[in-house]
Design a protein around this ligand. Structure first.
Ligand code: AMP
Length: 112
């Protein structure tokens, strides 16, 4: 069971921002920006490269979830970034798909 499954099952605590039947959003434990929230599907998809065509609606719901989080935390005007990390070079550390929502400061480009 991944750490995010344990958060979904309320076995370990998290600072939850929003939740639907399909996903849960909570603050990252090691924030890289003043706002750093993860939007995590309740269905286990290991990483974006393993998503299936049948996950299309769920993937769309995650992006709309990211928008909802950004709006509720006041980022729509200032701006924000949505990130998915896949694999070693992508910087993935938790093998359970999650959408990072980062904002609250200017974010550099290209990313490190
Ligand atoms: P990634 O590197 O894209 O796989 O992102 C995993 C993210 O999960 C990192 O930003 C971690 O800081 C975050 N993280 C790991 N454990 C927890 C936890 N228990 N609660 C909240 N965020 C976590």
């Amino acid at each position: 069971m991944s750490i995010f499954e344990k958060i979904i099952a309320r076995q370990i605590p998290a600072r939850i921002v929003a939740e639907t039947d399909e996903w849960i959003a909570f603050h990252d434990i090691q924030p890289q920006a003043p706002v750093h929230v993860l939007v995590v599907p309740k269905k286990v998809i290991t990483r974006i490269g393993e998503a299936e065509d049948s996950d299309a609606l769920l993937l769309g719901a995650l992006l709309l979830g990211a928008k909802q989080v950004a709006r509720s935390l006041g980022l729509l005007d200032s701006g924000f970034r949505v990130v998915l990390n896949h694999g070693r070079d992508g910087g993935e550390t938790v093998p359970h798909l999650h959408v990072h929502v980062l904002g609250g400061r200017p974010l550099g480009w290209p990313p490190g």
